[in-house]
Each structure stands twice: as structure tokens, then as C-alpha cells.
Design a protein around this ligand. Structure first.
Ligand code: ATP
Length: 306
């Protein structure tokens, strides 16, 4: 095993995602649900730094939003990503220090853990000067989790299979969203279990044609009318109060409210920047301001910093 350190420290920034559409089929024998989804990367980020030190093994330190809920041992998805990359390219991981600054809510339905896995793949491939091509890094990302390849790619993309088969979607302009973070996280596994009980035959696996059309042409109101999330019913069943949050966002001026992935983050699509400023201001009157965030999408996937 060789350590091929060319630079001591590498930093990356990786976006959160929302799903403009999330169509979920019936649970397969392997436990996974086939998906057809439209991902959008939004301007809410985790930052990761990887550094070569003299210490033994891999260490991970987590700060920021919800850091206390993130494991700092081999269960951490960034550690798993670094380890998978190291095993694949026979790199010695001794002395790898990973620092994660969370901006993406933990268990928020915004794929924060996947973002960290994608960030670790990118950052460690640079730290270790690995000659890895786009297909290889995508394949490793797909091994790590359904949302990891999209965190690398970013933008807006259709995801099929487990969500790892991606096709970028060309679309016009920038969308303005207001996010409301949950008071506490919601387990994705629990939401899927409830989905299986409520929808044993799953839902139809297609992205609405009107949503695809709305991404390329027409007013943003058209997109607002075609957003879809098949996990919403199950998530709202587990957290009925989310229905009030979704209604409140629309009451104060959003075009539409949507649960992000498995929730509990609510995403509100707004007509333009000034509408988003207004909606976030009004929501901040009834909610703790640190639970309300204005973001835009689409944004690029994992990027090196500095
Ligand atoms: P998704 O939208 O992909 O279903 P999520 O956004 O709801 O996921 P995450 O924040 O990605 O949820 O992670 C949820 C679980 O993963 C938590 O139990 C958390 O402790 C664990 N986890 C492991 N590593 C990380 C990490 N680096 N960041 C966040 N959570 C992590």
C-alpha cells in the first residue's frame, strides 16, 4: 500500500438536493424501491476538508447544523467513502483527518450524508492524487448510496433505478425556494416503511410530462402545479404537523409547497427573488428564524474550494 500525498489539505463544497418529482414503485425483494425522480441541487452546502496528518487511522470531526446527530466513527458516510476509495486504489488511509461543516440538516430529506460521501470521494481523490475518471467515481458513488452520484453531478437531473442512473435536464433560469427545516429529523427508512404499509403496490413510476415541459418553458407557476412527491403521504402520516407548515408557506405567498425527499424539510417554490424574500420573512415571524432558509437552484454538484 502506498500513500501518494501531493497536497496536505483539500476542501470541497457539496450541495443539498430537493426532488421536484419523486415517484416511488413497490418495494423489491432486495428491499429497495425503484424510483423515478427529478433532482435539483440547491444552494445549501456542507463543506469538507481532508488533511494528511501523522495520526493513525481515519479521524472525523463534525461541526455545524445538527452535528451532534452525526456519527464520528466508521458509520460516517464520508469515512465510508474515503475507505472505499482507498480500498479500490490501494491507498494507505493512516493519518486521514476529515472535517465536516454541516449546513444541510441531518435526516432532513436533503441528502446531507450523501453530500458528504460525494465530497469525500472528490476531496480524497485529489489529496491522494488518484487518476480516477468520471465513470469510475460515479460507480463508487452509486455503491455508497442512492443520492451520492447526484451530489457529485448537481444541477437538475432525472434519476432512475435506485436514483443512481442520472440524465441531466436542461432547464431555464434560476428558481427561488424557501426551505423550512424540521424541528427534528425524520428517518428515511421509517418513511419508506410507512409508504409500504400505505401503498403496498407502490405508485406509478413516471415523471409528469407537464413537469418536464415546465422546466424548459413557460412560467414558474406551471412548474409549481406539477411538483410531485410520493413519500409525502407517508411522511405526513408520521408527522401530521408538516401539513400545517406546507399550508402556511402557500398562505404567505409561495406558489407551491413540497416535502423534500422523505422530509421533514419543506421546500416552497416562489415566483421570484423578491417573493422568496417576502415568504421567508413572513415564515420567520411564526417559526424560529434559523429554521427558515432562502436558497436557489439549480447549482453545480461537488466542487473543490480554494
Ligand atoms: P436522504 O434524503 O438521502 O434520505 P437525509 O438527508 O434524510 O437522507 P442524512 O442527513 O443524509 O439524511 O443522514 C441520515 C443518517 O445518516 C443519520 O442517521 C446520520 O446519523 C447518518 N450519517 C452518517 N454520516 C453522516 C454524515 N456525514 N452527515 C449526515 N448524516 C450522516
Amino acid at each position: 500500500m502506498v500513500s501518494q500525498v501531493v497536497s496536505n489539505r483539500v476542501s470541497v463544497r457539496v450541495p443539498a438536493k430537493i426532488n421536484l418529482a419523486l415517484a416511488v414503485g413497490p418495494r423489491a425483494d432486495d428491499g429497495y424501491h425503484p424510483l423515478t425522480t427529478v433532482f435539483e441541487a440547491v444552494s445549501l452546502f456542507d463543506e469538507l476538508q481532508v488533511e494528511a496528518t501523522d495520526a493513525a487511522g481515519i479521524s472525523v470531526k463534525v461541526t455545524g447544523l445538527g452535528a451532534e446527530h452525526v456519527p464520528t466513527d466508521p458509520r460516517n458516510l464520508a469515512v465510508q467513502a474515503a475507505q472505499l476509495l482507498a480500498d479500490t486504489f490501494e491507498i494507505d488511509t493512516d493519518g486521514l483527518a476529515i472535517t465536516i461543516r454541516k449546513g444541510i440538516p441531518v435526516s432532513g430529506g436533503m441528502a446531507g450524508g450523501s453530500a458528504d460521501a460525494a465530497g469525500a470521494l472528490l476531496a480524497c481523490s485529489v489529496l491522494w492524487d488518484i487518476d480516477i475518471d468520471a465513470d469510475e467515481i460515479r460507480a463508487l458513488a452509486a455503491e455508497l448510496g442512492s443520492d451520492v452520484p447526484f451530489a457529485l453531478l448537481g444541477g437538475t437531473a432525472i434519476g432512475t433505478g435506485r436514483g443512481t442512473e442520472l440524465v441531466p435536464v436542461l432547464n431555464r433560469g434560476r428558481r427561488h425556494w424557501v426551505l423550512v427545516f424540521g424541528e427534528s429529523g425524520l428517518s428515511t427508512a421509517e418513511v419508506y416503511r410507512r409508504f409500504d404499509e400505505l401503498r403496498p403496490d407502490g405508485c406509478e413510476l413516471e415523471v409528469p410530462d407537464d413537469l418536464m415541459a415546465a422546466l424548459t418553458a413557460g412560467p414558474v407557476t406551471k412548474l409549481a402545479d406539477s411538483l410531485r412527491n410520493d413519500l409525502a403521504e407517508a411522511a405526513l402520516d408520521l408527522r401530521p404537523e408538516l401539513a400545517d407548515t406546507l399550508a402556511e408557506g402557500v398562505d404567505v405567498g409561495a406558489l407551491a409547497g413540497l416535502l423534500s425527499g422523505s422530509g421533514p424539510t419543506c421546500a416552497f417554490l416562489c415566483a421570484d427573488e423578491s417573493a422568496a424574500i417576502d415568504v421567508s420573512g413572513r415564515l420567520s415571524r411564526s417559526l424560529p428564524p434559523d429554521r427558515v432558509r432562502r436558497v436557489t437552484g439549480p447549482v453545480p454538484g461537488a466542487r473543490l474550494l480554494g
